[in-house]
Design a protein around this ligand. Structure first.
Ligand SMILES: CC(C)(COP(=O)(O)OP(=O)(O)OC[C@H]1O[C@@H](n2cnc3c(N)ncnc32)[C@H](O)[C@@H]1OP(=O)(O)O)[C@@H](O)C(=O)NCCC(=O)NCCS
Length: 190
């Protein structure tokens, strides 16, 4: 297995986006093109290759100081809500493990579009992709925390990688039920 890292502005192969479409959009009946996301040009992209074939993909982008994670996905006719702890009006809250979320959450990154082709799942590929996204985000942006919106069936995967759920379940249009998750990168920086 080989892990490839692309930094903001690097050229990304079409095969990477094809894998993203195959795993994350096609099963929803979404049209080609819906796999293209805002900020793809500003993100870190990581993929795992097996014998030259891209098998698992994922991306992370920096949430600017005025961004709380809410976004309209025009190509997918969808929208994601904000992460309340990143809003200006944040009232201290606990995650599902009882840990208080904060302080010093920023610089913060959001992970999106994680997926492994069916035939390669269960081999640790997405875990590797996620781990590299975390360490690269720390190196490039000095990220203190990570945020994502998890599909229900993916929650055990993220938990196995040190992420924790917080807040209520919600529905993302044309995708389905989700729960927000976060990870404090403090321990990764020691
Ligand atoms: C979620 C997903 C990316 C995981 O990819 P993967 O390459 O199979 O993950 P890994 O092999 O690195 O899994 C690592 C650990 O996560 C956990 N895990 C992964 N998938 C799991 C599942 N479906 N149920 C329970 N635990 C799971 C396991 O603990 C696993 O460790 P183990 O194999 O030692 O038991 C993959 O299942 C996928 O692409 N799903 C469809 C798209 C999707 O839902 N993406 C996430 C959108 S938020």
């Amino acid at each position: 297995m080989k892990t490839i890292v692309k930094h903001p502005g690097d050229l990304i192969s079409q095969e990477y986006f094809d894998v993203r479409y195959e795993v994350l959009r096609k099963p929803l009946g979404a049209p080609k093109g819906s796999e293209q996301l805002a900020k793809d040009n500003d993100a870190i992209h990581v993929w795992a290759e097996i014998e030259g074939q891209i098998a698992a993909v994922g991306r992370a982008h920096l949430l600017e100081d005025d961004e709380d994670g809410s976004v309209v996905d025009v190509n997918a006719d969808s929208a994601c809500p904000a992460f309340p702890p990143l809003s200006d009006e944040y009232m201290e809250m606990e995650d599902d493990s009882g840990t208080i979320i904060g302080p010093n959450l920023r610089p913060a990154i959001q992970v999106r579009a994680m997926g492994t082709l069916d035939e390669y799942q269960g081999r640790g590929l997405a875990s590797k992709v996620l781990s590299v996204l975390e360490t690269e985000s720390i190196q490039l942006w000095n990220a203190n925390s990570g945020w994502l919106q998890a599909r229900m069936e993916a929650i055990p995967f993220y938990e196995a990688n040190g992420w924790c759920c917080f807040g209520p379940e919600y529905h993302i249009p044309n995708v389905g039920p989700h729960v927000s998750m976060w990870k404090n990168f403090e321990t990764l920086k020691r």
